[in-house]
Design a binder for this molecule. Structure first.
Ligand code: PEP
Ligand code: MN
Length: 270
């Protein structure tokens, strides 16, 4: 693969990204939470519920990259403050998206992990800006991007001075319409043989359907992923964004139990 230098497996055996007490790339990391931060009650209650089930980090968007300019764009700074509150209540580190270079310095003050969304994977100015931050970056694969393009984007962040990059496969666009995207499960073992960076899977945006989130999550574990980022809400029926793919705490609790035992099984030496 062309120009893949710093992220290449030839460079290093394995990167473990430390986020507080969590080590992404060692064991199996589960990031869970609402698509969007809507209110303090919704976020804090969801954070408590996912923590109770054993999630390692909390996700939640304060800035939402929406297809329509008329759709809810996120609470912005208010949302970040709510995430901070949820962290104080639960101890869960915060993963949240940054969509604008101008926001990077102050989103960094609230986030433990800066998420670069699929739509911004090749926003090179944003990549250069998060490279300057001392916070880990969760880089999502663009919906129309090859793995080579994906790794080149990781390369921008590494070359810019930030070694803490987590890759996320979140489904790619195909002719299929039943699912929101098509989870490219082969990306997981492929990336594992190309790069030392940890690889996680987003089964929520990959499928767009609650019923498909558990099976895709199990497939991710079996394929060798280092973790998952999953949408969970205290009340999915009322979620402003992505309710069709959002698990309830009960559904998440059942799924994570199976994930933990499946991971253990996969890690056993024959
Ligand atoms: C998200 O995780 O909130 C999100 C918008 O996902 P993606 O960038 O993968 O579409
Ligand atoms: Mn979402």
């Amino acid at each position: 693969m062309k120009n893949i230098k710093l992220s290449s497996l030839k460079e290093k055996e394995k990167t473990i990204v430390r986020v507080g007490h969590v080590k992404v790339g060692e064991g199996f990391c589960v990031i869970a939470g609402p698509c969007t931060v809507e209110s303090e009650q919704q976020t804090v209650e969801t954070a408590r519920a996912v923590k109770e089930s054993g999630a390692d980090m909390l996700r939640g968007g304060a800035f939402k990259p929406r297809t329509s300019p008329y759709a809810f764009q996120g609470l912005g700074l208010k949302g970040l403050k709510i995430l901070k509150k949820a962290k104080e209540e639960t101890g869960l580190p915060i993963v949240t998206e940054v969509i604008d270079t101008r926001d990077v310095p102050w989103v960094t003050e609230y986030a433990d992990v800066l998420q670069i969304g699929a739509r911004n994977m090749q926003n090179f100015s944003l990549l250069k800006e998060v490279a300057k931050s001392h916070k880990p970056v969760l880089l999502k694969r663009g919906m129309n991007s090859t793995m080579e393009e994906f790794l080149n984007c990781a390369e921008y962040i590494l070359d810019g001075g930030n070694p803490n990059v987590i890759l996320c496969e979140r489904g790619v666009r195909t002719f299929e319409t039943y699912t929101r995207n098509t989870l490219d499960i082969s990306a997981v073992p492929s990336l594992k043989e190309l790069t030392h960076l940890p690889v996680i899977v987003d089964p929520s945006h990959a499928s767009g359907r609650v019923s498909l989130v558990p099976p895709l999550s199990f497939a991710a574990v079996a394929a060798g992923a280092d973790g998952l980022i999953v949408e969970v809400d205290i009340n999915p029926a009322e979620a402003v964004c992505d309710k069709e793919q959002t698990l309830s705490p009960v559904q998440f609790g059942k799924m994570i139990k199976k994930i933990r035992s499946l991971y253990q099984f996969m890690s056993e030496k024959p």
